[in-house]
Design a protein around this ligand. Structure first.
Ligand code: FES
Ligand SMILES: [Fe+2]
Length: 386
């Protein structure tokens, strides 16, 4: 898991004005709350007085109020009132919690979980279809998976599993020329993508078969942006496409919450949303059934502990991007986090930590940037094309 990216926190519609909720992300608890003015906020959940859980408190006057002794914190994370010091007291400079930049987009509250200044932050993936004419985006669907998010991301970047995992899609398999050409990966600033053509191999009728121009000629692509934004473009034909966007929330080291946005340029009648979602969920559950059984739960530290083949190229490239972010010092040290669980309250460092001191909570342990360079394993593919 990595700091310094935008993470989906909660669906906009699930965060009511004047209410708070706890959201576990990157292995720590956060409080998401919406002020009476409608603004959403995401902050560290741990009260710096004596460890109260702010998400169990109240929202009052656009502040989050700790349920233990009533300290109030404003949207910038600074305490604005400490009842036991009286109304006119000077508040200690350390009375502040980490507060994260927030954006609401596609019906999702996103938080930037990290300390990079604004101009250096990787952006949220831009879904151009979301507001484009001739396209329809359905309401965000939330999927909870008992699997590590990187396993889920890699599944989306793996075109070779379709014919084995997805009988409901008509078991499409890649056309064999990928063996000669590879996937034709194309790098972008924060990730990679590829397109392949599929052949219908199975004999079952697909739920989406009515959309296809023919049984052959489905062209589909996948890509990632950052560690946790996944794209899948399924083009049945030029006028029949499902473009799907998965914003993944690593809850902890073995649980993931996926915020799924489906856009399409066909079946535009809103009444068709239910049918489209039903077809998508069937496919998602076929993936989840495999993902929850993978061993080990997290991707092995070392690529020689798996046999990676040419169709795994996008998976390998994804791991190379992760290794680069590890070299920058953005990777959370899961072992240390695990060893100190229950003894230390950590916070993901917020941008204000770069410009001010006096923070009470320890920052979440990170793999040091220098060590990361030495430990990163180069990716290897078996069978050529690597
Ligand atoms: S623990 Fe939050 S006010 Fe005391
Ligand atoms: Fe799949």
């Amino acid at each position: 898991m990595y700091i310094n990216f935008w993470y989906p926190i909660v669906r906009s519609q699930d965060l009511e004005a004047g209410k708070a909720q706890r959201v576990r992300t990157l292995g720590v608890n956060l409080v998401a709350w919406r002020g009476e003015d409608g603004q959403a906020h995401v902050q560290a959940d741990t009260c710096v007085h004596r460890g109260g859980s702010l998400s169990k408190g109240l929202v009052k006057d656009n502040c989050i109020v700790c349920p233990y002794h009533g300290w109030r914190f404003g949207p910038d994370g600074k305490a604005v009132a400490i009842p036991s010091l009286g109304p006119d007291a000077k508040l200690p400079a350390r009375a502040k919690i980490d507060s994260y930049p927030v954006q609401e987009k596609y019906g999702i509250v996103f938080a930037f979980l990290g300390d990079l200044p604004e101009e250096e932050r990787p952006p949220i993936y831009d879904v151009t279809e979301f507001s484009a004419d001739g396209w329809r985006g359905t309401e965000i669907v939330v999927l909870d998976i008992d699997a590590y998010y990187e396993r889920s991301m890699e599944n989306g970047l793996d075109p070779a599993h379709n014919e084995f995992v997805h009988p409901s899609q008509g078991s499409p398999g890649m056309e064999p020329d990928y063996l000669k050409k590879g996937l034709g990966l194309e790098d972008r600033e924060w990730g990679t993508r590829f397109f392949v053509s599929f052949d219908e191999k199975g004999h079952q009728e697909s739920d989406l078969s009515g959309l296809r121009a023919s049984k052959k000629g489905v062209r589909a692509g996948s890509g990632h942006h950052g560690p946790n934004h996944l794209q899948t473009w399924i083009n049945f034909s030029a006028t029949n496409a499902f473009h799907q966007y998965f914003f993944e929330q690593p809850v902890d080291e073995s649980h993931t919450r996926v915020f799924f946005l489906n856009t399409r340029n066909c079946m535009l009648d809103p009444k068709m949303d239910a049918r489209a979602n039903e077809a998508n969920l069937k496919v998602a559950h076929e993936d989840i059934a495999v993902l929850t059984e993978l061993n080990p739960v997290r991707t092995p530290e070392n690529n020689v502990k798996e046999i990676l083949l040419p169709p795994d190229q996008a998976v390998v490239r994804y791991r190379e991007f992760l290794a680069e972010w590890e070299r920058r010092g953005w990777r959370i040290d899961l072992k240390k986090l695990r060893e100190t669980a229950g003894d230390v309250a950590y916070a993901i460092p917020c941008p204000d930590r770069r410009t001010s001191g006096n923070w009470v909570l320890d920052p979440i342990p990170l793999v040091p940037a220098a060590d990361a360079a030495a430990s990163a394993t180069p990716a290897r593919l078996a069978g050529g094309n690597g």
